[in-house]
Write a protein that binds this ligand. Sequence first.
Ligand code: ASP
Length: 585
Amino acid sequence: MYRTHNCGELRLKHQGQKVTLSGWVQRKRDKGGMIWIDLRDRYGVTQLAFDESKTDKNILDTVEKCGREYVLKATGNVIERYSKNDNMPTGDIEIFPDALEILSASKTPPFTIENESDGSDELRMKYRYLDIRRNPVKNALVLRHNIARETRKYLDKNGFLEIETPNLIKSTPEGARDFVVPSRMHPGTFYALPQSPQTFKQLLMLGGIDKYFQLVKCYRDEDLRADRQPEFSQIDCEMSFVDKDDIMKQFEGLVQHLFKTVKNVDIELPFKRLTWHESMEKYGIDKPDLRFDMTISELTHLAQNKGFKVFDSVEYVGGICAEKCASYSRKQLDELTKFVQQPQVGAKGLVYVKYNEDGSFKSSVDKFFTPEDLKSWADAMHATPGDLLLILAGNKQETLDQLSVLRLEMGNRLNLRDPGKFEPLWVVDFPLLEWDDETNRYYAMHHPFTSAKAEDTKFMDIDPGKVRANAYDMVINGVELGGGSIRIHNTDEQQHMFKLLGFTEEEARAQFGFLLDAFQYGVPPHGGIAFGFDRICALFGGSDSIRDYIAFPKNNAGRDIMIDAPATISEKQLKELKLKLDVNR
Ligand code: ASP
């Protein structure tokens, strides 16, 4: 028997019991006469103590041999510790082994396996199995498991069936590039890995499964960012005979359940709702962080035609009001200017207006504007004496983008983004289509299966950009946790949509013939949503990076540096697949 207990469970009440533990050597300390080993497993750390004058020579020889990360099995009595350690749950006791066995030796690990490690990100990813022994990584996996378990519990209780869909499919456009897999049996043809199970879950609705979910891997060949991985997981869901409100109610219930059961945080229902248009105008972004206010105000009309060229020549002037910041120093204002001028933000400059405590104004544009002008801006921004107005100008969409970034930066500087506070909302009424100047065509903002709002269908042919979608995103603290829509459920409408997206009838048939055919056999009205499962984990765990919550993640270049993938394949494999490489093309 390898163990009677784990390394995290022994307490004073076990005193006097003979126990066997197995685990890794976290640390060995030799204080002349006494040697201690901290033995670690998934559950915690227990101290083994060896009194050199009383311990068998064989055991001492074994102790002598073992170093960090050796795997040991130790049997001995549980003894009350002379000097207790309150920082350790097992800190009241220690084991005096009368048998000790090395189960496996270890090389010295390339970084310290403690809560705080000295290993770089790359090094820890190369040796991820060692990193997983560290509490922060292990705890992230435990959190992930708990969220998965509670998701399944809630959805099962609400009548959802978990059904798997295939991984080797035909391309489903969700706006990203597909990963493809060559077929050996059908040379020259390829499977695509699913960007999501979108069409399959819709076909399940046609199959009469009226409530489906799946914790599912999705694959998108996109440029990577901190919150993106080429393979990631979704909580993917679909329901029949529902409208938008039914879906939103069902899934805010899921999120409330997860917060309560996993984090013991109470979330109020129903969630706030903002239209996409409001969200863009007030926060400059479609995933606003509502933990703080500081909304954007447009100043275009107030600020133009006063002789300040920078404002007069642009489409949009707008700003945010940072409360109680009029006392900002030159240095702080310079820092903010540099911040908005970084290439990632992209503003040309920053105009500030200090609304001083005594009611006077001091600004970077005093030459062009009277105190009355500045007062009119302050009023439009609901500012009061003591506040600081930060103003940007330019093309409307770009300026709103920049203001959204500046707003978050000010939120950080003023500690308004409390990690213990959660402010969920739904963003609704997204545009159905997005125009792309480069390719000169419309793209589906969500995906091509999303339906239009009934009252907007009249614009479909005359002004497609004006049509709003039956789509919704769930956002918490500036993170888009999930999104979905009510789907098109009739062939004509679906074909019309493909046409708007620039598909010829043949192309649409070639790619989606199966769906268009299926739509001829009785389609229940349906809709759904998918949550970024890794993102939910990161939000719950208080991290910006989903990578921390994935057991074996890829690095920023999309590589798994532990197993060294992607990698070349052998000539033989290429031959079987009838593929010839032309990597320099
Ligand atoms: N398939 C969509 C996505 O992956 C979600 C949905 O519409 O249900 O974003």
